[in-house]
Design a binder for this molecule. Structure first.
Ligand SMILES: [Zn+2]
Length: 108
């Protein structure tokens, strides 16, 4: 069963690639492509055209999509990227940190 372990507004950590070890907030998830935009992760330089907001134009750092398989939810209690389990909390499905002894719930 395929489950979405990463959701918008999650704090995640990059497991590999140039941003490895960095954490950021998920801005957007593309389930179809299996990629996510994460604030501050996988930055690329982009040329910005002159505009009213940016009269000089120039180069700006923007986030490029990162493969979901390269990021993991960041557990604030374990202080690292973790796997998550699914659990029913009343009638709501929540994601729980899979580390033994840690009961951190990602969905509030
Ligand atoms: Zn944990």
């Amino acid at each position: 069963m395929s489950i979405a372990t990463i959701k918008k507004n999650d704090m995640v950590i990059a497991m590999r690639g140039v941003s490895s070890g960095k954490t950021g907030k998920v801005l957007l998830v593309d389930q179809v492509k299996g990629r996510a935009l994460v604030e501050g992760l996988n930055l690329v330089k982009k040329t910005v055209k002159k505009s009213q907001d940016n009269p000089q134009g120039g180069i700006k750092d923007i986030e490029a999509p990162i493969a979901v398989s390269n990021i993991r939810p960041y557990c604030p209690e374990c202080k690292r990227g973790v796997r998550v389990r699914r659990r029913m909390d009343g009638d709501k499905r929540v994601r729980v940190c899979a580390v033994k002894g840690c009961k951190h719930v990602f969905d509030r």
